[in-house]
Structures are given as structure tokens and as C-alpha cells.
Design a protein around this ligand. Structure first.
Ligand code: ADP
Ligand code: ZN
Ligand code: ZN
Length: 706
């Protein structure tokens, strides 16, 4: 009896094919029957593709001609089928984020599975068995630190309650120690149990990786992140999939790791925007972690000093409808104090001041005491724009609606959106004026400026001041970030200058002063999440100061601002996240914004802005026209607002015009259903001659940036 098998394969984006195709398999004496979840190879056109068996039927599908169904070319031997829960997770993600099952499934598997021949794969599996052997030989884990009372209370809750949990713990309150002990408890209780530990960006936190390995042993832990080679990724994946790796430590992609005995998921710094994938299926790994936990009865722990407002809202008291359990860890370990916050009113400073005199004096004092300072400026390069005062020329990018950034170190003008780079012109390209000048400041300039201002200051050992800059430019080369962070940890560096890269997660021990040089831009952004992001960034940056209790009594966080009375800074001053969150949530409730509503962004890219917008508006009209004929759809549309198409804030990138359309509803289900109805409408609109010039469209469900 032949098997009729639905198999998910990678189909081209936007193809009408839903991502599962039907194949046939005839079991024989030497060719056993195929089971659900198996990894197989199947022909598609002239190619041979990797696929995952999604469903098996006894009868040929009614709508297909039997003779047109092709045979499965082979099964990947030696690999256990993917667990049902994994397939359900993929299916849910595909559905929720409006992509094909095959695309999500293939993106969730290590790329080498697609490319390796049967022989090559067999070799990898052999190697894998060898490592797995080493794993079973290890005994016991290192003992954790004796917990503080608040850590102990949090851990006890996790042990006895179902969760999901949100640990709301100050920076340096010992959240990581709680995660590690929760993992340990789970792994010790069941010799098969596996745990998934997710972090925003592994490269930024090599320390955490070291801590996990020191605690559990290198053989127990595999990593999953985009910085790994394909061979490493396959090795890690096989370790997790076979169950021999007990811990997966990874970035957002790890939420899809195949883990047959998953029992615990930790999402560290759960507020971090990098949990949201920004291409392909635009999933939120944090939200999928919650879903996956429910699916597999695994406990989920989210943790942050500045939770996302969504998670904060979900962790309100259960009497008010909260679904997560909030665990409080307000105190820093070892009675360390949070930094004292000082706001410098830049209105009272001389014009064009970069570093106010009191801040400069404070930095100088720290250097003379042998302490470190950290200056945050969220803009890399020397200056965001180069400008001619004579004719008004500015360093626009010819391919984007954005300015090219002046990088003085290599004397280039670089577009941070499309990468277009040119040498800095000697004179104004428009009028020939030789005197073109930088406008605004980036980290390069701040570093240069500081070096001048601090040139006569000496460290306690009599040496000159050492300034280090860390940003995307300084860390391009492999290993650069690690060695730069090591210089900070060793105390070699006196002043660290950098972008948000330096604000996250690092456990710097001797920083006693943190300063935000110019955080005001974010205050007036049109994005309703901007204040939340700024507050989190500043709290996290401040959290790098005073982590050593011996010095923390004097640690300070400085904010230079033209708006010292702004709510964001007032809340920061009091380290009062709950008050800040309450006021933001109230504003959002009044405006009907998330978490009181659900959003999706429909984006179109086209040769012209008119076509991009026309395509989106036409799709909306067609959908509403359809609703007029269809009472069920009409009832759904009544619950959903579809806004007119508008240009994106950076409307042109690399000569592509971009428009977006917001779709919003108080009902997640109504929004989901409308998006599903919209899918075929978009396909038919694409074929309309007036929309010639459309390049692509994409849907972003629960977008983070509007
Ligand atoms: P968080 O993740 O909340 O920022 P960490 O877990 O990194 O905090 O802890 C901050 C510092 O305190 C680390 O250096 C850690 O080793 C130390 N620490 C955490 N828990 C304890 C404890 N119970 N006893 C002593 N030191 C601890
Ligand atoms: Zn000019
Ligand atoms: Zn550009």
C-alpha cells in the first residue's frame, strides 16, 4: 500500500503553494514505511530538496491526479523524526506570522541538512555519537552560589508554580544565578531533561557563556546563533535533537531548536528588540517561547530589569487578568546601590557644548581615582551629516532618503542603510566651497573630543588616559569585541565610549560613572515605543555602573538633556520602572495601542512610491469589497482598522521605494483572520497591470517599529 505524504519543503516566497506538497512512498522489504516528522529528500522540478514529513494519508488526495504525484527520493537515515511539538510550533509560527510552513520549517533547521549528501551526513552523525558518548560520562554539576533571600524566594516560586514567570529584577540583582539554579534543578530532577537558555546577542555576552559552561560542563552545552559556521550549527543541532546536549544556549533562532525533552525555557533580557526576527518570518522568539512552553508543558522564565510593557502587563495580578507570575528581585546582590542619577540641563550650558563642565570634572575625578567611566552615544561614525554652509549641500545618499555618515578615520561618507561608500570630497560637490563641515556628533568624534579634553589628566599610575570606543565599526573583525571587552574588564581602559552595544548585559566591575551624552532624539520619535526603548536603554546603561558594592556608594548615572523634566528622565532618576510602565500603559490604553490592541504592518516595496502605496490601498479596497459580499468577513472587518498606506519613515533604501499600511484590532483573532483573507487578495492585486513595478510585499505581525 503506498503512503500519500504531505511534506513541507522550501517554496519560493510569495508562491501560491502553501508550503506542503504531496508525495508518494511505497514501502517495501528494504524500504520501510515513513513516519511523521521524518526528514526526507524529495524532487521538486529538477531539484532535490530537503523536506519534513507533515502528515501521512492512506488515500491519494482527491484534488490531485495520482499519476502526477512523485515519489519521495529518500529518508535521511540515522535521524530521529522531528517531535510533534516541534512541528506544531513551526505550524503555529507560520500561521501566526503569515508565512509558509515549509519556509519556517527550513529556516528552523541547520542549513547543512539541506546540502549534505547521505554519506556526508552519516559521517557527521558518527562524530556526533562520539561527542554524545563524552556527555554521558560526566557526573554532576558545579554547585551554585548560596542564594540571597530574594533569589531563594524566586527560585522556590519557580519550583512550585506553573508559570510563565517574569523575573523583574534590578540590574545586578542576580537573575542569571536564579536561571542557572532553576536549570540545574530541572536537569537534576530528570536525567533526560533539557533546558533552553535564550539571550539577545551571544557575542555581546561571552561572560554568560563562560558561566554556563563553568557550571554545567562544556559537554552539556551547545550554542545556537548566527555567528557559527554551518558545520558548528549542524553539530549543535544534532546534539539538541538527539537529546544528548542538555542545555541549548542561543539567540532568537534557538527557540526552534529540536529538543525532545525540553522542560525549561529562559528568556534573558526579554525586553530586547533583537528577539524579533526582522526578515523572512518576522517572529518574536519571546512570544514563541511562551507558546512553546505551553505546548510542551515546559516552564518559561522571562527576566529583565526593564520588562517589555507587554510582559509587564501580562504579569499584572491574576485578579486583574494577568497570566504570568511576577517575581520581584529589587535589590542588587551584596547590597550594591543603583547609581545616583544626575540630569544636566543643557539649556544652561554654552551653545555647542558636547560634554558639560560638571560631567567632564566628574569623569576626571574617576580617572584620578583609578575608576572607569562609560559614555553612551547612540550614533556611530564621526558626524551624521557633512554640510556646506555656502550652498546648503548635505551628504545625502543618492540611493536612499537618508544622509551618508561621515567617518573620519577612513575619510569616507557611508550610507548606513544601503552601504554606499565614497571618499570624502575635498570640496562641496555642489558649489566647490572647500569649507565643508560635519553637523552633529557620533562616537568617533566624541572619542576624539574626549582625548583632547583629557590630554593633561593622569591615571594614579602617572600614565596618560586610555579611551576605548566600542561600536559596530570598531568590532567588525572577528574577535575584536572580545578583546575590547577584555581591555575594559582588565582595568586598562579608563573611559569607554560606545553605542548601545556597551549598555547591554556586561558585568563590568569597576565602572562607577555612566553618562548618556545626547539621548533626546528618541523623546520625539513618532514611534509609540520610543520612550519605552529609551527608558530601557538608559536603565540598562545605568545598570553597568556600581556593580561592585565596594565602589557603588559613589556610582552615578549622568544624563545630558534639553528636557530634564521629561517623564522618562524623572522615572529614571527614581529607578522607578513600575511608575514609568504605569504611565506608559495608561497612555497606550487611552490611545488603543498595544497591549490593548494588536497590530500588523503590511509593507510594499516598489520602483515608485505611488505604486507601493497604490498596491496597498488597492488590496485594502478589494478586501472591503469582498467583505460587502461576505457577511462573515464583513463582521471581522468591523473589528479591524485598516489605515491608508503611507511612506515609511525612511521611504527609499537602495533605490527601492517603501510604503506601509497599519492594520489594527482589539481582537487578535479578528486580526489574524483578516490577515489570512488578505493573503490571496495580495496575490491577485500583484497581477493588476497598474501595480507593475511592485517588487515585493511583506507582513510584520506584532511589529516593533512603526
Ligand atoms: P543580573 O543577571 O540580575 O544582572 P547576575 O546574576 O549577573 O545579575 O549577578 C550579578 C553579580 O552578582 C554577578 O557577578 C554574580 O556572580 C553575583 N552574584 C549573583 N548571585 C549571587 C549570590 N547569591 N551570592 C554572591 N554573588 C552573587
Ligand atoms: Zn556648497
Ligand atoms: Zn544609501
Amino acid at each position: 500500500m503506498p503512503q500519500w505524504i504531505d511534506i513541507s519543503v522550501q517554496t519560493p516566497a510569495h508562491s501560491q503553494i502553501g508550503g506542503v506538497l504531496t508525495y508518494r512512498h511505497v514501502p517495501t522489504a528494504e524500504n520501510s514505511a515513513i513516519t511523521e516528522g521524518s526528514l526526507v529528500r524529495v524532487p521538486l522540478g529538477s531539484r532535490d530538496l530537503l523536506g519534513v514529513v507533515w502528515a501521512i494519508h492512506e488515500h491519494p488526495p482527491a484534488q490531485l491526479k495520482e499519476s502526477s504525484v512523485r515519489d519521495v527520493s529518500g529518508v535521511l537515515e540515522g535521524l530521529a523524526p522531528l517531535p510533534i511539538a516541534w512541528r506544531q510550533l513551526v505550524q503555529f509560527a507560520a500561521h501566526y506570522y503569515q508565512r509558509s510552513v515549509g519556509e519556517v520549517a527550513m529556516a528552523a533547521l541547520p542549513p547543512q541538512l539541506r546540502d549534505l549528501s547521505a554519506v556526508q551526513l552519516a559521517r557527521r552523525l558518527k562524530k556526533q555519537h562520539a561527542t554524545a558518548g563524552a556527555r554521558t560520562e560526566t557526573a554532576g554539576f558545579a554547585t551554585g552560589l548560596p542564594l540571597s533571600a530574594q533569589q531563594g524566594a524566586a527560585l522556590a516560586q519557580i519550583a512550585t508554580q506553573p508559570g510563565p514567570f517574569l523575573i523583574f529584577g534590578a540590574t545586578g540583582s542576580g537573575k542569571t544565578e536564579v536561571y542557572l539554579q532553576a536549570v540545574q534543578r530541572q536537569l537534576e530532577a530528570d536525567p533526560k531533561a533539557q533546558a533552553l537558555l535564550m539571550v539577545p546577542e551571544i557575542n555581546l555576552t561571552p561572560q554568560l557563556q563562560e558561566r554556563v559552561i563553568a557550571r554545567f560542563g562544556a559537554e552539556q552545552v551547545v550554542s545556537m546563533h548566527s555567528g557559527m559556521t554551518p558545520a558548528q550549527r549542524l553539530q549543535s543541532w544534532l546534539g539538541a535533537h538527539s537529546g544528548s546536549a542538555r542545555i541549548v544556549l542561543g539567540t532568537r533562532m534557538a527557540v526552534f531548536a529540536s529538543m525532545p525533552h525540553l522542560q525549561l525555557i529562559v528568556v534573558d533580557e526579554e525586553h530586547d528588540p533583537s528577539y524579533k526576527q526582522q526578515e523572512g518570518a518576522r517572529y518574536s522568539a519571546r512570544d514563541l517561547a511562551i507558546y512553546r512552553g505551553r505546548l510542551e508543558s515546559a516552564k518559561v522564565i522571562l527576566g529583565s530589569a526593564t520588562p517589555s510593557l507587554e510582559s509587564w502587563h501580562h504579569s499584572r495580578p491574576s485578579a486583574e487578568g494577568g497570566r504570568y507570575q511576577r517575581l520581584l528581585m529589587p535589590e542588587r546582590v551584596g547590597a550594591g546601590q543603583l547609581p545616583f542619577v544626575r540630569r544636566v540641563d543643557m539649556n544652561n550650558q554654552p551653545r555647542k557644548t558636547v560634554l558639560s563642565a560638571p560631567l567632564l570634572a566628574a569623569i576626571q575625578t574617576r580617572i584620578e581615582r583609578g575608576e572607569q567611566s562609560m559614555l553612551l552615544l547612540n550614533r556611530r561614525g564621526y558626524a551624521p551629516v557633512l554640510h556646506c554652509a555656502d550652498c546648503g549641500w548635505k551628504s545625502e545618499c543618492s540611493h536612499c532618503s537618508a544622509f551618508r555618515v561621515f567617518h573620519k578615520l577612513d575619510r569616507t561618507l557611508r550610507c548606513h542603510h544601503c552601504g554606499f561608500t565614497e571618499r570624502v570630497p575635498r570640496a562641496c560637490p555642489a558649489c566647490g566651497n572647500a569649507d565643508i563641515a560635519p553637523l552633529g556628533r557620533g562616537t568617533e568624534q566624541l572619542e576624539e573630543h574626549l582625548a583632547e579634553l583629557l590630554s593633561s589628566v593622569r591615571r594614579p599610575d602617572g600614565q596618560a588616559v586610555k579611551i576605548l570606543r566600542i561600536d559596530a565599526d570598531s568590532t567588525q573583525h572577528k574577535g575584536a569585541l572580545e578583546s575590547q571587552l577584555a581591555q575594559v574588564h582588565s582595568g586598562e581602559v579608563d573611559v569607554l565610549v560606545g553605542t548601545q552595544m556597551i549598555a547591554k548585559g556586561h558585568d563590568f566591575r569597576s565602572i562607577t560613572l555612566v553618562a548618556a551624552i545626547n539621548p533626546d532624539n528618541a523623546l520625539f520619535s513618532s514611534d509609540f515605543r520610543a520612550p519605552e526603548r529609551l527608558f530601557a536603554l538608559l536603565m540598562q546603561a545605568g545598570g553597568r555602573a556600581g556593580r561592585d558594592a565596594r565602589q557603588s556608594a559613589q556610582s552615578e548615572m549622568w544624563v545630558q538633556t534639553f528636557h530634564p523634566k521629561h517623564d522618562v528622565f524623572a522615572a529614571l532618576k527614581k529607578h522607578d520602572y513600575p511608575a514609568f510602565a504605569a504611565s506608559q500603559l495608561l497612555e497606550r490604553e487611552q490611545a488603543g495601542l498595544p497591549p490593548w490592541s494588536f497590530q500588523a504592518l503590511l509593507r510594499a516595496d516598489a520602483r515608485s512610491q505611488e505604486v507601493a502605496q497604490a498596491f496597498l490601498n488597492a488590496a485594502s479596497q478589494a478586501l472591503h469589497a469582498q467583505g460587502a459580499q461576505d457577511t462573515a468577513l464583513d463582521a471581522l472587518l468591523a473589528q479591524v482598522s485598516v489605515f491608508p498606506a503611507v511612506p515609511m519613515s525612511i521611504q527609499r533604501v537602495a533605490n527601492v521605494e517603501r510604503a506601509q499600511m497599519l492594520i489594527e484590532s482589539p481582537s487578535r483573532m479578528a486580526l489574524q483572520k483578516v490577515l489570512a483573507e488578505l493573503h490571496p487578495v495580495l496575490h491577485s492585486q500583484r497581477a493588476v497591470p497598474a501595480h507593475k513595478g511592485l517588487i515585493r510585499w511583506l507582513v510584520d505581525v506584532d511589529p516593533l517599529a512603526i
